[in-house]
Design a protein around this ligand. Structure first.
Ligand SMILES: *Cc1c(COP(=O)(O)O)cnc(C)c1O
Length: 457
């Protein structure tokens, strides 16, 4: 190929090419994702009920199955401009290393202090809370990426931010905690004595190191019991996928700018927000019959919601206080094996992606964690970026596909989401380097035992 037609190493959009609206893929879905149900009555949650916990504008977005484009307020676009558009990078060095005819691109979302794509939704949620005149928001965080993103967003709009951080992470990840405090958030190890549910859990299980489900229950209680506060969540919800569509719209605009057609789109899947955002406009074309893509979700073998879960209504949290969501789920009590280091540990999956997967519009695979870290290292050594373990699931799948192309000679174009950087995950990398990382694959019996509580709907 002539040198002058070579695609740039990094495709950056101009500032004025940044999306002015989020794309709501639900508008193009013939079968809509199932509604959230009230945990007591099993009736669909009404806007007024949701508004007790979530900001009003976000409730509207949560329930909006019809409007295709939702304008991004200028104040949010101003913030996006600090770190967006994010680059779409052609992985020339990785292609060279693999000797593959495939063309590999990755959309890099790690170029901000929080180090992941979560900031795209954090800033939107903080903006609507501020606009509603609230004092602050509460949330939970496990590893800390979401808490950090939310702390940054809240400090920008002058909102109070209370983060309940799973106790074991609070103690083992002091640096994440201090980044959050730098941005003015208060960080409480969960379970704590500051909420009734926290006190109850501590009484029943003294010395517990906490869980995500327990931190959610505390954050929801803290929001409900203090006037001027609402609860916010960093993944799974429809509104979060909506905000994250900025990733996919930029990716599509960058590809279109150079006349590139993707064949395959790959993303890691925890609660589904980055993947849902990345694939949205492409899935839209697929749903409207305008184009076809292979779309692949990649999850850890130790937390396989798509590949081994069931599609059913389940609780979103261990405390079972949140609404029921119909999703691919492992059961709300499921916690991955203690040696699991790669993130993506939520028991359920976005209801939007669950419906698309159930209709066969996308695929899913699971990968053991030592292979994920091998891929992370291979990628870091040639492409420079130190990937988050979560992101490395997508890297691993992309490398596998590129190797297949080498065998078949196919010049496929593969696009994957590189959701963030791994600077705070060095304990996991250390385990991998020392040969102390183990793979874990839950047995069918174990998985079945977590499903016994599923509500009958
Ligand atoms: C939170 C996170 C994920 C997984 O969350 P999704 O909602 O599935 O996107 C992936 N990568 C990084 C870097 C994260 O912080």
């Amino acid at each position: 190929m002539a040198e002058q037609t070579k695609i740039p190493y990094k495709i950056y959009l101009e500032e004025n090419e940044m999306p002015t609206a989020w794309y709501n893929v639900r508008a193009d879905m013939q079968k809509k994702p199932a509604p959230l149900l009230h945990p007591g009555t099993h009736e669909p949650m009404k806007a007024e009920e949701l508004a007790a916990v979530f900001c009003e504008e976000l409730v509207k977005q949560e329930l909006d199955n019809d409007n295709r484009l939702i304008p991004i307020p200028d104040e949010i676009r101003d913030f996006y401009r600090m770190y967006r558009p994010s680059p779409l990078v052609r992985a020339y060095c990785l292609e060279e290393k693999l000797q593959t005819p495939a063309k590999i691109y990755y959309k890099f979302e790690g170029n901000n202090t929080s180090g992941s794509h979560k900031l795209n939704s954090a800033i939107a949620q903080a903006y609507y809370a501020k606009k509603q005149g609230l004092k602050g928001v509460t949330t939970e965080t496990g590893a800390g990426q979401w808490g950090t993103a939310l702390a940054m967003a809240c400090s920008y709009f002058g909102l109070d931010c209370k983060v309940f951080m799973v106790k074991v992470s609070y103690e083992q990840k002091p640096f994440r905690r201090e980044v959050m405090r730098t941005y003015g958030a208060s960080v409480t190890p969960s379970p704590s004595m500051t909420t009734a549910v926290g006190r109850k859990i501590l009484e029943e299980h003294p010395g517990t190191t906490g869980s995500l489900g327990c931190a959610i229950s505390e954050a929801v209680e803290a929001a409900a019991s203090e006037p001027g506060y609402r609860y916010v969540l960093g993944s799974v919800l429809n509104q979060v996928l909506l905000h994250q569509s900025v990733i996919g719209m930029e990716t599509k605009a960058a590809l279109d700018k150079y006349g590139i057609k993707a064949d395959m789109i790959i993303g890691c899947a925890g609660g589904g927000s980055n993947l849902g955002g990345l694939i949205s406009p492409f899935m839209g074309e697929k749903l409207r019959g305008e184009a076809d893509y292979r779309i692949v979700a990649v999850e850890p073998m130790s937390c396989p919601s798509f590949t081994r879960g069931v599609y059913a209504y389940d609780f979103a949290d261990t405390g079972r206080v949140c609404p029921l969501a119909k999703m691919y789920t492992l059961g709300c009590d499921f916690i991955p094996a203690p040696n699991h280091a790669g993130g993506l540990r939520y028991h359920g999956m976005s209801p939007i992606l669950s419906e698309l997967y159930d209709e066969g519009l996308m695929e899913a695979i699971s990968i053991p964690q030592t292979r994920v870290f091998e891929a992370a290292e291979e990628f870091a050594r040639v492409e420079g970026i130190l990937p988050a373990p979560e992101s490395a699931h997508a890297i691993c799948a992309a490398i596998d596909e590129a190797k297949k192309c080498k065998e078949t000679g196919e010049e496929k174009t593969i696009v994957f989401g590189l959701t963030g950087t791994g600077y705070f995950d060095m304990v996991a990398y250390e385990k991998f380097h020392d040969g102390k990382m183990e793979d874990y694959c839950p047995t069918d019996e174990e998985l079945a035992s977590f499903r016994t509580h599923l509500p009958k709907i």
